[in-house]
Ligand binder design. Structure first.
Ligand SMILES: [Zn+2]
Length: 393
């Protein structure tokens, strides 16, 4: 074979694999079996997720059986070296797991289901220092939004009502967000402050709801959808930043920038990319990312009014945050940037970076209950001040 022919053969093989067709046998056998290096289970209100860490991408299949309800995952060209104790998982959906790896190169896992669930599986590529992962998602049938009468009646009741604020604790589950040098996870502090903020706002006569109540992952588009379902008057997403320069410190407040406007500030661009990567790290099935509602939202000009209100809300939060002893402000005004979680067209939405987890002092501060409480009180008073000035206008 001349060199040109070899080149063409290789190209043909690459094209075949890229288009999802079967890889030539010689290619498959060139590599050693993949390893499953860890396994975790996350329980959310609507779904359970089982995540497998891999050392490279694998081939897998998913099957569902009834009587009894179970889901079977088969991984091919994979070796299993995990401690069997990891298989002892159980929650409201999963009753138990059975492993069969008696055939070389084939790992078969059977998940017994306690209640009917809709299974889905997808691979996540390696990102942000995380290995490639296989995600098995078991969506509870009774938990699906469309069939949730409690939420529907709540939304109906709330037409004439107290101000509604949806609080979004950033990250969760597979996605830890920023990690401080002392080991603090952004997803943990955002949830702790969010719970405190709910209490503060409820005590002040508002209705506050969370996009997540525990440690599980919620896709960004779903967080936006929750704000809209509650017909929220305001949406606030809580985060704690990280920066390559450890001395960077202070809180910042952001709202959505004008459609399509690129960030001019490089460090801001990095922050937006990192926050928007949550879906890739936390694990959204890329096959389902195309969301016609969100696509329409992006071209909706009615965002302008919501954005103006968000700017006013952000300013009001900054005024309140400045009063917290020992809290520094990073940017003095409300910054605008293209955060995906702020894209509800009709809900004024802001994102608060409460501090820099990459700063040792601020990391220590953020872990303290007193400080979390002071932050929550300031955010609640800034929210009330916004409603007060809006009703005067
Ligand atoms: Zn974040």
């Amino acid at each position: 074979m001349c060199i040109e022919m070899v080149r063409r053969e290789v190209l043909k093989a690459l094209l075949l694999s890229a288009s999802g067709l079967v890889l030539p046998v010689s290619f498959l056998h060139a590599d050693a079996a993949a390893q499953v290096t860890n396994m975790r289970l996350w329980t959310g209100p609507e779904h359970t997720r089982i995540v497998f860490d891999l050392d490279k991408k694998i081939h897998y299949s998913l099957q569902q059986f009834s009587q009894p309800d179970r889901v079977v995952v088969e991984m091919r060209d994979v070796s299993w070296a995990l401690d069997s104790a990891l298989l002892k998982v159980e929650d409201a959906v999963v009753g138990g797991v059975r492993l069969d790896n008696s055939t070389t190169g084939l790992v078969r896992l059977e998940f017994a289901l306690k209640i009917p669930a809709i299974p889905n599986a997808f691979l996540l590529r390696s990102i942000g220092g995380r290995p490639p992962r296989l995600v098995i998602e078991l969506q509870r049938k009774e938990g699906m939004e469309e069939e949730n009468p409690a939420l529907a009646s709540l939304v109906a009741q709330n037409r004439r009502r107290d101000p509604v604020i949806v609080i979004d604790p950033g990250h969760g589950g597979e996605d830890p967000g920023a990690i401080g040098s002392g080991g603090t996870y952004e997803k943990t502090v955002t949830l702790e402050v969010a719970h405190r903020l709910v209490k503060e706002l409820d005590a002040a006569g508002c209705k506050a709801y969370l996009t997540r109540t525990d440690d599980y992952f919620v896709p960004l588009r779903k967080r936006v959808a929750i704000a809209r379902r509650y017909s929220a008057d305001l949406f606030v997403s809580l985060h704690a930043d990280a920066f390559r320069i450890p001395s960077a410190r202070g809180a910042s407040v952001y709202c959505l920038s004008e459609r399509g406007r690129a960030e001019t500030d490089r460090s801001l661009q990095v922050l937006v990319e990192r926050e928007n990567a949550a879906d890739l790290i936390g694990g959204v099935d890329l096959g389902q990312v195309v969301d016609p509602e969100l696509r329409d939202i992006l071209v909706d000009l009615s965002q302008r009014d919501a954005r103006n209100r968000a700017m006013a809300y952000g300013s009001s939060l900054l005024v309140a945050l400045k009063k917290v002893p020992s809290l520094r402000i990073h940017f003095r005004g409300v910054k605008q940037a293209g955060f995906a979680v702020l894209k509800a067209p009709d809900v004024p939405s802001v994102l608060v970076e409460m501090a820099f987890l990459s700063n040792r002092d601020e990391e220590m501060q953020l872990r303290k209950q007193d400080y979390q409480e002071a932050l929550a009180r300031a955010l609640a008073s800034g929210t009330q001040a916004f409603f007060h000035s809006a009703s005067m206008a």
